[in-house]
Design a protein around this ligand. Structure first.
Ligand code: C2E
Ligand code: MG
Ligand code: MG
Ligand code: MG
Length: 288
């Protein structure tokens, strides 16, 4: 391509690279500042038991509320946080914040739920995840049995032997482990079988086109059956319609998350939802 487009194209390419590198550095600095100044926030999305309609958990999702730019999506800043290593301190903050919030809800006497937190590749392989998680749980007084870590399939596939050791130590703390975005990565079923996991989360990409896509219905059904045969609880992500929920119910899927129940909510909004629903959703309205 360089030959055909001549030196101008090459210069343009270099300039674009420099620009994006500078942009990334700037974003990284602003992210560190956001963490220091308390501009990061957790939103919570309910996880619902399909058979009972009960809210059994919540996934904590990171939000960056920039005073100038407004809400910045994790899709934009997690990759930068990840490649720069800022994800280390940010991830620790996320776990501490989720544990503290979970403990406040317990003390208020709200229905007991599991809190799930996302862990990225860098956090999983390059930080003392076991130590920091243990400390966060202990400092908050939040029970490990009600805490779950979500790890993507690709993070587990990267260094399967090291991953297995970390997972075993995390499991030893008494918490639960979920494999996130299942189906999008590239994991060997042989490894998967050895990992001490509790929950398999089917990626929303397989749910989106149900019931139009026969392929996605076949894949989701197979993943549910496979998860169950491995003794895992199966959760479907990104459920937006009643048809999708009905399909999942018929296939014996255990839990779902998605806009059909609720978007991720700030802590106060989630608390209200738990209170007003008593933690139970109705049959025709899967979530209050
Ligand atoms: P994820 O862990 O797979 O989270 C699910 C994403 O799907 C969330 O996007 C959620 O808002 C979105 N979602 C939930 N229900 C629906 C639905 O019905 N329809 C559609 N279209 N989307 C739905 P979000 O909050 O933008 O987060 C994106 C990703 O950023 C997460 O994917 C996760 O990988 C990462 N992330 C978020 N918070 C954290 C964090 O605290 N730490 C780390 N390491 N990663 C995080
Ligand atoms: Mg997740
Ligand atoms: Mg996911
Ligand atoms: Mg994802």
């Amino acid at each position: 391509a360089r030959q055909h487009n001549g030196p101008d194209a090459w210069c343009f390419f270099q300039e674009a690279m420099t620009h994006s590198a500078r942009e990334r550095l700037e974003l990284e600095a602003r992210l560190r500042q956001a963490l220091a100044e308390g501009h990061l926030q957790l939103y919570y999305q309910p996880q619902v038991d399909i058979a009972t309609g009960r809210i059994t958990g919540a996934e904590a999702l990171l939000r960056w509320l920039d005073p100038v730019e407004g809400l910045i999506s994790p899709a934009r800043f997690i990759p930068v946080a990840e490649s720069s290593g800022v994800i280390g301190p940010i991830g620790e903050w996320v776990t501490r914040e989720a544990c503290a919030q979970g403990q406040r809800w317990r003390e208020m006497g709200l229905p007991g739920i599991t809190l799930a937190v996302n862990v990225s590749l860098h956090q999983f392989l390059l930080t003392d995840l076991v130590g920091s998680t243990q400390a966060a749980l202990a400092d908050a007084g939040f029970p490990a049995e009600q805490f779950e870590l979500e790890i993507t399939e690709s993070a587990l596939a990267q260094e399967p032997e090291q991953a297995l050791q970390v997972l075993r130590r995390l499991r030893g703390l008494g918490l639960r482990l979920a494999i996130d975005d299942f189906g999008t990565g590239y994991s060997s079923l042989a490894h998967l079988k050895r990992f001490p996991l509790d929950v398999l989360k089917i990626d929303q990409g397989f749910i989106r086109d149900i019931p139009q896509s026969a392929d996605d219905m076949a894949i989701s059904a197979a993943v549910i059956a496979m998860g169950h045969s491995m003794g895992l609880t199966v959760l479907a992500e990104g459920v937006e319609t009643a048809e999708q929920l009905e399909f999942l119910r018929a296939r014996g899927c255990d839990h779902f998350q998605g806009y059909l129940c609720s978007r991720p909510l700030p802590a106060e909004g989630f608390e209200q939802l738990l209170r007003s629903s008593g933690g139970v959703a109705l049959a025709d309205r899967p979530c209050a």
